[in-house]
Design a protein around this ligand. Sequence first.
Ligand code: SAM
Ligand code: SF4
Length: 351
Amino acid sequence: MPAASPIQDTFGRSMRDLRISITDRCNFNCLYCLPENEEAANFYRKRADPGNAKPIKYSWKPKSHFLTYEEIIHITRLLAAGGIDKVRITGGEPLLRRNVERLIEGLAAIPGIADIALTTNGFLFPRHAEALRRAGLNRITISLDSLQPDSFRQITGRDGLELVHESLSLAHKLGYSPIKVNAVIIRGINDHELEDLAEFGREQNVAMRFIEFMPLDSKRSWQKEHVVTKREMLERLEKRFELIPKPGNNPAETAKRWTFADGTGEIGIIAPVSEPFCGNCNRIRLTADGNMRTCLFSLHEHDLKTALRDGATDDDLTQRLREIILTKEERHHIGEQDFVQPARTMSFIGG
Ligand code: SAM
Ligand code: SF4
């Protein structure tokens, strides 16, 4: 079969990176992300700690609302034929879905998919780490916003710090590489831990990723004043550490990276708010319920599930995917007067 032409948007950007959210449920309730009344948080909290459960008012969406692994693999195969070579599994908390390793295996078998990563809050990772590794996952990103148990609980709604530590040592033991740690830095919440998190990353031999707080939180409480900008983070980090910039070899990379002067460890800062990287964006997103999103901040989603289930041919679906990508926005408008926060928040879109 002749190779298909790369899938491009109207600004000439070729799509390479697919972010797949496999569930919008979560067992955490991070204050920068998830609806307070999120049904799943209650559900899982009730199981783990019946005394702490809030009433469940939510009626569960039927399983059929969400794409099956076969459907996800099908869409990914079509996109891989058009140049997608990198996939990240995310959510919600992806490890709440059963047998994620089956999905990893299916994705790893798609010709052209060279790189599969997974982002997790780490709570369930120790239970799945080995099976995921066997299935072909080698890149893992674990979220960790605080090294203090109380503050970790305040941010995430769970006592999960120990499990994150366990996840990191297990990831090393099983040979995951690279291991990244995401920390969203929010003024007045955890910004005082910036340097300690950097030190921790170095000691643990993981690549730290400090992320600017984005207006994708469910409480819509984001304000510019909460954002600790890349410049501010870097100024502070450089007071404590001697950092050497790492040359970027991929213009679409979201993080600007530094190494410590002795060449060990890595710090990256992801600055979508203060230094947007839209010009080189090569990412598209598939939501758990089968919609394509062309930007984290898209105000419109594109339904694929209906066509998929109505028996559309691969040619029809590919054509539809190409049309969707032609609508990819040139850039986001955070911080501008005309910025409108998307209706769906990060846990639904997939970070
Ligand atoms: N549940 C998994 C986790 O927390 O790692 C995966 C999904 S989560 C939405 C993916 C990443 O998005 C996490 O590292 C999280 O810290 C980040 N994130 C969530 N809300 C954010 C926000 N408002 N601004 C910046 N990053 C955010
Ligand atoms: Fe859940 Fe991840 Fe959102 Fe935290 S950031 S609430 S762990 S989806």
